[in-house]
Design a protein around this ligand. Structure first.
Ligand code: GTP
Length: 486
C-alpha cells in the first residue's frame, strides 16, 4: 500500500493541485501502524520487562521526643511533671499479595512515618505511620545490610492496638536494674515475641554467612496472601518527664544530681528529635536495612522450551491465561502464569521465556527466568516437532531436549531432577508424525504427549498427565543419558 492510496482530505491539496503530504504521512511508522497507535499498545519487543529482582533501602521512622512539662496549681507551687512520651516511629512492612506480580511498583528508598512528640497532660505522641509495601507471592528476601526481618502474625489483635506504648516505658524500673532505655529488648506483645523467635531461628540458619559485607541469602520468604514482615522497625519514642522521673529514680541514675542533669538536658532539647540522642527524652532513630528482593514464582508446573516452541499458545490452551503469542522468537519476555482447572482442584502453570543453547553464557534472555521454576513440582518440556523439517533451519526435537536439560543443569545442578513429561507440539505440521515416532525411539523414561496447541488437540490428555505428576502419581525424570541424539 502506498501513502497515496489512503484518502487524503481536500485541505492538503494546494491550489495548483500539487499534492502535499498530510502531517501523519511525515511519520511513516505511525502511518503503517496507525491502528496500534490509536489503541496505545506497544509493539511486542517494547513490552515492559518483568522486574523480578530489586534492591530496597528501608528505614524505620524516627520516634517522637518526650515532652518536659510541669503542671502547677494553686496548691502545688513547684508543680508536678506531666510531659508525655514520644510516639513510636512507623515500621516498613512488606506484605505479600496477589494484586502485584513483580517489583515494578516499588520505590528503592522507603522510610516509615515519623512519630509525634509527647505533649503536656501526659499525652503520648502519635505513632508514626507504617509504610506497607506490596510484593508478589513468592518473594524471597536476601539481606545485604541491617537487621533480620521479623514476621507479623496475620490477624494479631495487638498489631493494631492504638494504646501501644513506646517500648521505652518501664513500668517498674526498680525491678530491672540492668534495663536501659535504648536496649529494651523485652517483647511487649505477642507479635514481637514471635518476631524474636523467627529471628533466632534464622540466626542459627545463617550463622556461617554472618560476616560483614556479605549478603545473607534467603533470610525470609513470602509465600501466602496477606503474609507480612517488618523489614525496618520504627524508633522508640523518648520519655516524657513523667516516665523519665520514675525511670531515673528507680535505676542507676538514682542520684538526684544526675536526675536533674538528665531532666535539664531534656529541657535544652528543642523537641524536634534533631538534638543529641543520648538523652532519654529523644526518640531513637528507626532501624535501617538493605534488602535484595527476588521473585521466584510459585507454580506447580513449569513449561520450558526453546523460543517459538509454542509454550505461550499451550498455556493459553491449558488455562484461561492470555499470554502474547507471536511467530517470532522471544515473544515472551516474562514468565506468564495460568491456572489449569480440574473438577476438584487446580494447578498453576508457569510459561518460562524461551531458553536457548548457551543461555547460561547470557545468550538470548539468559538464565534469569529459570529461578521461577526452582519451586515447581513438575517440568513440562515443550518441543517443536516441525523445527528443522522441509530442509529449514532448526533444531531437532531430541536435540532441543538435550539442550534444555543441559541449560537447566548449568543454571542449578539438579534443577532437571523433578517429575517431567514431554509435550511434542505442532503435531499438525507436515512430517510431524514421523518426527514423533523418531522422538519416541530416541527418548526414554518419560511420557510424550503429542499436542497441537493452536487447535487444542491432545490438551485433555496432557492435562491428565500433568495432574498425575502433580499429585505424585509418577516420578519420571528426563535424564541426559536417556536422550540419544546421534
Ligand atoms: N502449526 C502450529 N503452530 C503453532 C502451534 N503452537 C504454536 N504455534 C505457533 O508457533 C509460534 C510461536 O508460538 P508461541 O506460543 O509464541 O511460542 P513460545 O514458545 O511461547 O515462544 P517464545 O515467546 O519465543 O518463548 C506462533 O506463531 C504460534 O501460532 C501448533 O500446535 N501448531
Amino acid at each position: 500500500m502506498t501513502w497515496l492510496s489512503r484518502a487524503v482530505p481536500l485541505r492538503y491539496l494546494t491550489s495548483n493541485r500539487r499534492l502535499q503530504k498530510p502531517p501523519w504521512m511525515t511519520y511513516p511508522a505511525a502511518f503503517y501502524s496507525d491502528s496500534t497507535e490509536k489503541k496505545g499498545k506497544v509493539t511486542p519487543l517494547q513490552e515492559t520487562r518483568m522486574r523480578d529482582r530489586f534492591t530496597l533501602y528501608a528505614r524505620g521512622g524516627e520516634g517522637g521526643s518526650g515532652c518536659s512539662s510541669l503542671r502547677r496549681s494553686r496548691t502545688d507551687r513547684f508543680g508536678k511533671p506531666d510531659g508525655g512520651n514520644g510516639g513510636r516511629g512507623g515500621d516498613v512492612i512488606l506484605e505479600c499479595t496477589h494484586a502485584v506480580w513483580d517489583f515494578s511498583g516499588l520505590q528503592p528508598h522507603v522510610k516509615g512515618g515519623k512519630a509525634g512528640h509527647g505533649t503536656s497532660k501526659n499525652r503520648i505522641g502519635n505513632r508514626g505511620e507504617d509504610k506497607v509495601l506490596q510484593v508478589p507471592i513468592g518473594t524471597v528476601i536476601h539481606l545485604q545490610e541491617g537487621e533480620l526481618p521479623s514476621q507479623i502474625q496475620v490477624g494479631s489483635p495487638k498489631s493494631s492496638d492504638p494504646w501501644d506504648l513506646p517500648g521505652t516505658l518501664v513500668d517498674d524500673p526498680a525491678s530491672d536494674e540492668n534495663s536501659d532505655v535504648d536496649q529494651d529488648t523485652t517483647p511487649d506483645s505477642e507479635e514481637e515475641s514471635v518476631a524474636m523467635h523467627v529471628d533466632m531461628e534464622k540466626e542459627t540458619d545463617f550463622e556461617e554467612d554472618d560476616e560483614e559485607g556479605q549478603v545473607r541469602y534467603n533470610v525470609a520468604e513470602l509465600t501466602e496472601e496477606g503474609q507480612s514482615i517488618i523489614i525496618a522497625r520504627g524508633g522508640e519514642g523518648g520519655l516524657g518527664n513523667v516516665s523519665a522521673t520514675r525511670y531515673l529514680r528507680g535505676t542507676k541514675f538514682a542520684k538526684t544530681s544526675t536526675l536533674r542533669t538528665m531532666e535539664g538536658d531534656s529541657d535544652d532539647e528543642d523537641g524536634n528529635g534533631n538534638g543529641q540522642r543520648t538523652s532519654i527524652k529523644c526518640g531513637s532513630l528507626g532501624t535501617e536495612s538493605v534488602l535484595i528482593l527476588e521473585l521466584k514464582s510459585i507454580a506447580d508446573v513449569g513449561l520450558v522450551g526453546m523460543p517459538n516452541a509454542g509454550k505461550s499458545t499451550l498455556l493459553g490452551a491449558l488455562s484461561r491465561a492470555k499470554p502474547r503469542v507471536g511467530h517470532y522468537a522471544f515473544t515472551t519476555l516474562r514468565p506468564n502464569l495460568g491456572n489449569v482447572n480440574y473438577d476438584d482442584f487446580s494447578v498453576t502453570v508457569a510459561d518460562i521465556p524461551g531458553l536457548i543453547k548457551g543461555a547460561h553464557q547470557n545468550r538470548g534472555l539468559g538464565h534469569n527466568f529459570l529461578r521461577h521454576i526452582e519451586r515447581t513440582k513438575v517440568l513440562a518440556y515443550v518441543v517443536d516437532l516441525a523445527s528443522g523439517l522441509d530442509g529449514c533451519e532448526g533444531v531437532t526435537p531430541w536435540q532441543q531436549l538435550r539442550d534444555l536439560v543441559m541449560e537447566l543443569e548449568y543454571h542449578e545442578e539438579g534443577l532437571s531432577d523433578r517429575s517431567s513429561l514431554i509435550v511434542a507440539n505442532k503435531i499438525d505440521e507436515d512430517g510431524a508424525d514421523e518426527r514423533l515416532e523418531e522422538l519416541e525411539r530416541r527418548v526414554r523414561g518419560v511420557r510424550i504427549f503429542p499436542v497441537c496447541a493452536v487447535l487444542e488437540e491432545g490438551v485433555d490428555e496432557l492435562k491428565d498427565g500433568l495432574k498425575m505428576l502433580v499429585n505424585g502419581e509418577g516420578s519420571e525424570r528426563l535424564k541426559l543419558e536417556n536422550i540419544s541424539v546421534d
